[in-house]
Design a protein around this ligand. Sequence first.
Ligand code: ZN
Ligand code: ZN
Length: 174
Amino acid sequence: MQIEIAQLTETDTPFAHTYTPADLTLEDERAQLLIAAHVEGRASRKRQRVHVHGTIETELEVACDRCLAPLTVPVKTEFDVSYEPPRAEAETDSAELQAEELDTTIYTGESLDLDELVREQILLTLPTRSLCREACQGLCPTCGVNLNTQTCACQQTEVDPRWAGLATLKKRDE
Ligand SMILES: [Zn+2]
Ligand SMILES: [Zn+2]
């Protein structure tokens, strides 16, 4: 969905959109939409500066870091983003302006790509660590069986859990 910049005014204008999982690929191997994403927000414009804020609600499917089992992660997140067209070089000198730019996204063209905003905001909610459960045994670094449901002969050589990650890395290199 595109938001036409010329049509925005200084008054917050509501918008809403529902993305089915097929409509919005997250372009990130860590996660995908499990159900539709509902987006509701308001957009306004003061001269060239556009302000968009609202909420996104959906559910993601994320793989467990250790055993790769699919997990369901509910998402309910708020966003608040400002957009400005690129500034001419000479205008960006003052420190004040540069600080302001930190929470401002640059737009080019006549419209804002809501898809891109929603994708970014959803990915921001991804946890740094996803585990199916705290005690997940993960995959055997040697033979790859799921140690939550199976045992294997390799377990005889106990790997210190602190080094288990390294063993996995080593395995990948081979
Ligand atoms: Zn797991
Ligand atoms: Zn094994």
